[in-house]
Ligand binder design. Structure first.
Ligand SMILES: [Cu+2]
Length: 275
């Protein structure tokens, strides 16, 4: 019995012990939580300073060619860049089955660097692409191929570049018929004024003509008015009056005498026809 009581007594203390134990654990957690260092704030990555790579100076030693797609202008193609290790030529070939075909132009090259070399070409009208090829000169300064001026090779490959011709068909297409520009001939007409008519009474010109009338009164003072063209002149006998205007509008325009000159004055008129 006593033994049992002892155990019972122990058991009575056990909850208290557990309580202390839990309290201890909690306080350890609390202390450790409080003493914990704050999480380090992630810092923004430092911008790395990019130092530019030193510019590479390409020292060219091998023949090369660069040509861009282009329009043929004034029968010229332009080869953008060329490098030759001795004097030679750039030769423009047609393309036949994807390979260099007929030669349609060539230009002389100095050794070293050549840029924007013009090559006069012919018979390119139906081509969509051409080939620019390097040739060495055999030393006589004249392009001869087939002959001694052989294609330039690097590693057994001919130095060439194919390039596209832009809009060649357009420039070589049907001839564009432009609307005829108004002709601007100078039409000079000698006229006389007399009681009661102008001679000639009808003047016909083309639209755009610069008209010059040399009008002479052969009797009394008359006038000459062509109001649509801003013309109004007094015609003194014995003197030639020059009237100039541009017939810039199609139509029929009456000119008439503006100075009372007698009985038939009101009928003294004529007509300008602009066609
Ligand atoms: Cu009159």
């Amino acid at each position: 019995m006593k033994k049992i009581n002892f155990f019972l007594g122990l058991n009575r203390f056990k909850p208290m012990k557990n309580y202390l134990l839990i309290l201890g654990i909690i306080s350890i957690f609390l202390i450790s939580a409080c003493s914990q260092q704050p999480e380090p704030v992630p810092t923004a990555p430092q911008p790395s300073i990019i130092t530019p790579a030193p510019e590479q100076v390409v020292v060219e030693t091998k023949p090369s060619i660069a040509v861009e797609e282009q329009k043929v202008e004034n029968d010229n193609v332009v080869v953008t860049r060329l490098f030759l290790d001795k004097p030679g030529y750039v030769v423009i070939h047609k393309v036949a089955d994807g390979k260099p075909g007929a030669v349609i132009g060539n230009s002389e090259l100095l050794d070293g660097e050549n840029s924007n070399v013009n090559v006069k070409v012919s018979d390119y009208e139906n081509e969509n692409e051409l080939i620019a090829m390097l040739h060495y000169d055999d030393g006589d300064g004249n392009y001869e191929f087939p002959g001694d001026d052989t294609p330039t090779k690097v590693d057994d490959k001919v130095v060439l570049q194919k390039f596209i011709l832009l809009e060649t068909t357009l420039t070589q297409g049907p001839v564009q018929i432009e609307a005829p520009a108004p002709t601007s001939d100078v039409v000079e007409i000698d006229m006389t004024a007399k009681q009661w008519e102008f001679t000639p009474a009808t003047i016909t010109v083309n639209e755009g003509d610069k008209v010059k009338l040399n009008i002479q009164s052969v009797d009394v003072t008359h006038g000459f008015s062509l109001s649509e063209f801003g013309v109004s002149e007094r015609l003194t006998p014995g003197k030639t009056t020059i009237v100039e205007f541009t017939a810039d509008k199609v139509g029929e325009y009456i000119f008439f005498c503006t100075v009372p000159c007698g009985r038939g004055h009101s009928g003294m008129r004529g007509k300008l026809v602009v066609e």
